[in-house]
Design a binder for this molecule. Structure first.
Ligand SMILES: [Zn+2]
Length: 322
């Protein structure tokens, strides 16, 4: 198998691409995600993916399909046991799509697929051990150990966003309190920014102006842009997210000892404004500091293609594709 199709199933769109052995995307296509609230949406999503695959096969010799989706994928890479955004429960996505396209299909967690893409072709291609942190609304995570994607015994590694970092902290959508992604994410950034506007905090004038005084209108990219323009309060908000990231990463490094941590996702657009405080907090909290090498924190390089490229490459390597 030299060419595969990689598919990235998101809450609003299904993106796909033809991926070659070097991780290049030769062709792309996308469709809106069928509304998961409608009856039969599970089948409609499989049909939509199959339609994308058929379109690519009309132009390219494709040998396998890799699908990345947010959620818990079982160890056999066949069933989405739980997908919060698409309301899938025990969805046999692999078999549904495979019945429609008649070439091998594998399913992977989207953050795992992105971690694999960064490891093979992106910011971690020079190392054997990496952790990817996709910092968007929440934190997605993927782990590559000794050159292999780490999936855990039941297939659901590595949900790093739900590492408990604050006892009895902020309530998380997962039902627990104090999860990492409630402090080190776009959601946290926006929550804090809105608070400052609501209470007309000292120095929050630029934030207030950006949303016309209506806190609910603020979003992550706006806070990041103001930080990049040098607004001191927004620089501080981004730095706070960076500090939480660094503290949590110190716990992860204590267990996994990766060579590189790759930071992607929307919040990573803040660049050094995020990564410098993250690095400082990490180095201050790392266990055994001063007596061990310190991992490198790097920005992701694969951008929005990470999911497609990672899923496509994992499909190529799957024993099912040979
Ligand atoms: Zn949680």
């Amino acid at each position: 198998v030299s060419l595969t199709v990689g598919v990235d199933v998101g809450g609003t769109k299904i993106a796909s691409g033809v991926v070659d052995e070097k991780g290049e995307v030769l062709a792309r296509d996308e469709v809106p995600t069928p509304d998961p609230r409608e009856d039969g949406a599970d089948k409609a999503i499989a049909t939509a993916i199959a339609g994308l695959v058929r379109g690519h096969r009309a132009e390219h010799q494709v040998g396998a399909v890799g699908i990345g989706a947010a959620g818990f994928v079982d160890k056999q890479r066949a069933v989405l046991m739980f997908a919060p955004n698409i309301a899938w429960r025990d969805e046999p996505l692999r078999d549904r799509v495979q019945a429609r396209v008649d070439i091998p299909v594998v399913v992977e967690n989207d953050a795992n697929a992105a971690a694999w893409a960064e490891f093979r072709f992106g910011a971690g291609k020079d190392v054997d051990d990496l952790v990817l942190l996709t910092v968007g609304t929440g934190i997605g995570g993927g782990v590559v150990l000794d050159g292999e994607l780490y999936r855990g015994a039941f297939g659901v590694a590595a949900e790093v966003g739900h590492l408990r970092i604050v006892p009895h902290g902020v309530l998380c959508g997962c039902g627990n309190r104090g999860c990492w992604e409630q402090y080190a994410s776009g959601r946290a950034l926006v929550r804090d920014a809105r608070q400052l506007v609501t209470y007309e905090a000292d120095g929050s004038e630029a934030l207030a102006a950006a949303c016309g005084g209506v806190p609910e209108r603020l979003d992550g990219p706006t806070v990041t842009r103001l930080a990049q323009e040098g607004d001191p309060v927004c620089v501080g908000l981004v730095a706070e997210v960076g500090r939480w990231l660094g503290e949590g990463l110190a716990s992860i490094a204590a267990v996994l000892d990766p060579a590189v941590t790759v930071v992607g996702g929307g919040v990573s657009a803040a660049g050094a404004l995020l990564l410098d405080p993250m690095r400082a907090a990490f180095e201050a909290e790392l266990t055994g500091r001063g007596y061990r090498p310190v991992l490198e924190i790097r920005l992701a390089e694969m951008g929005n293609d990470a999911g497609i490229v990672g899923a496509g490459d994992l499909a190529r390597r799957s024993p099912r594709a040979s």
